[in-house]
Design a protein around this ligand. Structure first.
Ligand SMILES: O=C(O)C1=C[C@@H](OP(=O)(O)O)[C@@H](O)[C@H](O)C1
Ligand SMILES: C=C(OP(=O)(O)O)C(=O)O
Length: 431
């Protein structure tokens, strides 16, 4: 399905934020790794969180769900002997479960998105699993991947953090269950470091003890631990909400989003500070963000690694700012659903934006007068590219068609309904 975004000068209204993708995937996993029955309130519903639901069920967890909660009876440290898992296009779900699959005799992760997740590298995690004695069959570090685990014992492990934090998170979920204590050392840099804070927070909530160094580069993980069944509540999602906030920032707006906690470990909450730095009038109190946009923005410089999943939305806002914006330290955007630097900027340029790329940087020469639009955009299977280009479409001179916009459902299926409810001019058409 394609979406036509017709220029919309004003947005107005209130929405509740979608539930956090990163917390939902983590709570589903720790609930599955516990032996008792856990409850997760307000879990996210999206292709990625559904992928985790499907896979933990295949691994032996029992799930019962109603409108506001999911009750999960876990399999503990003993998943059933499943032969195949399908994670869809969900990177984090794949990486976390590649580690957990080490508890199974032999599992193959199939390749259902050859042009997206199928292109993403997993070599660094494969190397670390090898150190635990886990045999991994792969296609040059990519899907399809077969894990032959059995009984990894723990010990000293190194993992590179220079491409993704998800490899480290994966090892942090697995190692507490192993026979021996483990010591994990992160090599090189650790990208998306803030997301590891979410992993540690959830592990602690699930009763797991891990000693992490202050810089998050070394970990002592006692073995033979048990995940404790718990009750969890999922907070609102900043990465998805960042797109709605950026849309409000580039239009004349009066937009309120509920359920965005002021105290949160989600790095993408920085979108609020970045928009403020861009002189967008907004307040953030009592878990409510209220934007009263004028459509006028100033350029900004920002270390994007602190808010990796909100960078595309911030860049879209910067397209209409006065001056030149720079988003640096973002090389790992190249290893996501698409190359979120080259592919994304290609689409932005089509729409009329003036943007430049470096290996680890996006530079935006703002056009407060607006961009031309009147083009068809390729989604590159990327929900965040789709949301970002819709923001540009709101302020373009001519409508923008976003092809295969249904991939927005990877993280935020109700995104277009939400911005439509705020007044955005959106039409779905058969592609
Ligand atoms: O651990 C997680 O749940 C995630 C980590 C981040 O990935 P990288 O560590 O690869 O940057 C983020 O982009 C992704 O959406 C979710
Ligand atoms: C990169 C993302 O997800 P993942 O790595 O889990 O596929 C994302 O949600 O933007």
């Amino acid at each position: 399905m394609d979406v036509i975004v017709t220029p919309t000068p004003e947005l107005k209204g209130e929405i509740g934020a979608l539930s956090s993708k990163n917390y939902t995937t983590r709570y589903l996993l720790v609930a599955a790794l516990a032996e008792g029955t856990s409850t997760i309130h307000f879990p996210a519903h999206s292709e990625d969180s559904d992928a985790m639901r499907r896979c933990i069920r295949d691994l032996g967890a029992v799930l019962e769900e109603d409108d506001e909660k999911i009750v999960i009876t876990g399999f503990g440290s003993k998943p059933v002997d499943v032969k195949e898992l399908n994670v869809g296009n969900a990177g984090a779900v794949l990486r976390f479960l590649m580690a957990i699959a080490a508890l199974c005799p032999e599992v193959t992760f199939v390749n259902t998105y050859p042009d997206s997740l199928g292109k993403r590298p997993h070599d660094d995690l494969i190397t670390s699993l090898g150190q635990l004695g886990v045999e991994v069959e792969h296609q040059n570090g990519r899907l399809p991947i077969t894990i032959r685990g059995g009984q990894p014992r723990g010990g000293k492990i190194t993992v590179s953090g220079s491409v993704s934090s998800q490899y480290l998170s994966a090892l942090l979920f697995l190692t507490p269950l192993l026979e021996e204590d483990s010591e994990i050392t992160v090599l090189h840099d650790l990208k998306s470091k803030v997301v590891v804070g979410q992993t540690l927070e959830v592990l602690a909530q699930a009763g797991i003890t891990i000693e992490a160094s202050e810089d998050l580069m070394t970990y002592k993980v006692p073995g033979r631990q048990k995940y404790v069944a718990q009750s969890y509540t999922v907070q609102g999602d900043y990465p998805g909400s960042a797109a709605v906030l950026a849309a409000a920032a580039v239009t004349k707006s009066d937009v309120i989003i509920h359920r965005l906690p002021v105290e949160s470990k989600q790095g993408e909450k920085a979108v609020v500070d970045v928009l403020q730095m861009m002189q967008v009038p907004l307040t953030h109190e009592n878990d409510i963000v209220h934007v009263k946009g004028t459509g006028q923005l100033q350029a900004v410089e920002f270390d994007g690694d602190a808010a990796t999943d909100a960078v595309l939305a911030m860049v879209a806002a910067a397209v209409f700012a006065e001056g030149t914006s720079r988003f640096y330290n973002v090389e790992n955007l190249r290893y996501k659903e698409c190359d979120r630097i080259t592919d994304y900027l290609t689409e932005l340029r089509k729409a009329g934006a003036n943007v430049e790329e470096r290996q680890a940087e996006i530079i935006v020469h703002g056009r407060p007068e607006g961009v031309e639009g009147g083009v068809t955009i390729d989604a590159h299977y990327d929900h965040r590219v789709i949301m970002a280009l819709s923001i540009v479409g709101l302020r373009a001179k001519q409508p923008i068609v976003i092809r295969d916009a249904h991939h927005v459902a990877k993280s935020y299926p109700q995104y277009f309904d939400h911005i439509q409810a705020l007044g955005a001019n959106i039409e779905w058409v058969q592609g």
